[in-house]
Design a binder for this molecule. Structure first.
Ligand code: 0PR
Length: 381
């Protein structure tokens, strides 16, 4: 027990020591993360709401107002005026909750999602006792529609589509999927893309519809703690038809609300208010500028990668650059020794760089000579 009972200053000193061992976005060495340094107002907002518990809303009417407005704004951004929803801890909780609601509404026992889906969908299926049916991908790494068609049945609880795959940033053909899913719940995982695609469209990129604009899309998840510039944990689950939410409601008579309809009981307010603050501060124009900078840097990086003789797996759709390699894990390891933290994809095997706002042109300029050196050493070039 000796390690307990320290004074304030020494506790702080130990925490600083631990944090100094961590990588930080501001250092510009994290090239494989979908998170970034939150903007200042989001950090400030987070710190102001550490006590509030959205799971007991009667005590926190001010926080509830903020959450409601956040849901309203994000619904509007995703063409879902009037959709309901709530904040969650992130994309994993959103996906679990979405499939939980789908199971209750449909009575189905199977969930269909593409091979490119985030592993949180595997977790969700496992927890909920749903049979996970993975469908294959086309050459451009989109979910294969014909496979979905052949796997749909009376047992289907939901179909899940990706609006921005984790690995390559690919958007599934959701409009076409909507046509197949007139009697089936369609959940769109836009954890990353929800705060990217609308702004890319503003910037003139031709991208397919992916959100509530498509009549048969029932649920959408998106994470302000990724490209929304908010603090962790900030995720959002939107539900087009509020009555579906009632399906997961349980009685909670000892709380200030008699019914609770969320997976988490105590719900963190800090991430939610930080997302609200980021949106209020940045507005559509602020996000558009951030996405534009990220895409400019993405294109710059792709060009520099090609200049040293490496191949890009596909023209970047979002701010993710995937580089074809024979042994990307070896390159990742060698880059790690030089303090660069990059990530990998499964199929095709690539080195993956997520060009988040902290990955600036200057960072790319510092990274490229090391990438070239490592790749030459490993005969990738
Ligand atoms: N859906 C998609 C499409 C995702 O990309 C992710 C996370 C999730 C759901 C799950 O979200 P949460 O992690 O918020 O529950 N994608 C990133 C990944 O797994 C998350 C991440 C972020 C990982 C930052 C590492 C990191 O440093 O790669």
């Amino acid at each position: 027990m000796n390690e307990f009972g320290a004074d304030f200053e020494s506790v702080l000193a130990e925490l600083k020591k631990a944090s100094s061992k961590d990588y930080h976005f501001a250092d510009g060495r994290i090239l494989g993360s979908m998170c970034t340094k939150p903007i200042d107002i989001a950090i400030k907002a987070h710190a102001m709401f550490l006590e509030a518990n959205l799971g007991n809303p009667g005590l926190y009417p001010g926080t509830v107002e903020i959450e409601n407005e956040l849901i309203f704004w994000i619904s509007k951004l995703l063409h879902g005026d009037g959709a309901s929803g709530f904040t969650v801890g992130g994309g994993t909780e959103a996906n679990i909750t979405a499939l939980w609601i789908a199971k209750k509404v449909s009575g189905g026992t199977e969930v269909i999602f593409p091979k490119s889906a985030h592993h949180s969908l595997q977790k969700a299926a496992d927890i909920l006792g749903l049979k996970a049916i993975e469908v294959g991908l086309t050459d451009n790494l989109q979910l294969e529609l014909s496979e979905v068609e052949s796997k749909l049945s009376k047992n289907t609880a939901a179909v899940v589509a990706m609006a921005g795959t984790t690995e390559f940033g690919v958007i599934d053909p959701i409009e076409e999927l909507g046509e197949l899913c007139s009697d089936t719940i369609l959940h769109v995982d836009a954890a990353f893309g929800g705060f990217v695609i609308p702004f890319l469209k503003d910037l003139g990129h031709t991208l397919p519809s992916f959100d509530f604009e498509i009549a048969n899309v029932d649920f959408i998840s998106t994470d302000p703690h990724k490209m929304g510039m908010a603090t962790i944990p900030a995720g959002v689950l939107l539900i087009r038809d509020a009555k579906h939410l009632k399906k997961i409601a349980v009685s909670s008579p000892y709380l200030t609300d008699p019914r609770q309809a969320s997976l988490a009981g105590t719900r963190c307010s800090a991430g939610a208010v930080s997302a609200w603050a980021a949106m209020k501060f940045l507005g559509r124009e602020g996000y558009r500028n951030i996405v534009k900078d990220c895409m400019d840097t993405t294109e710059y990086m792709a060009r520099r990668v090609r200049e040293i003789g490496l191949d890009i797996a596909m023209e970047p759709i979002m701010n993710i650059v995937c580089i074809n390699m024979k042994a990307p894990e070896k390159v990742q390891f060698e880059l790690g020794k030089l303090n660069w933290k990059v990530s990998l994809t499964r199929e095709p095997k690539c080195l993956r760089i997520v060009v988040m706002p902290h990955v600036t042109r200057k960072v790319v300029d510092e990274f490229m000579p090391d990438l070239e050196k490592v790749c030459k050493g490993l005969k990738e070039i």
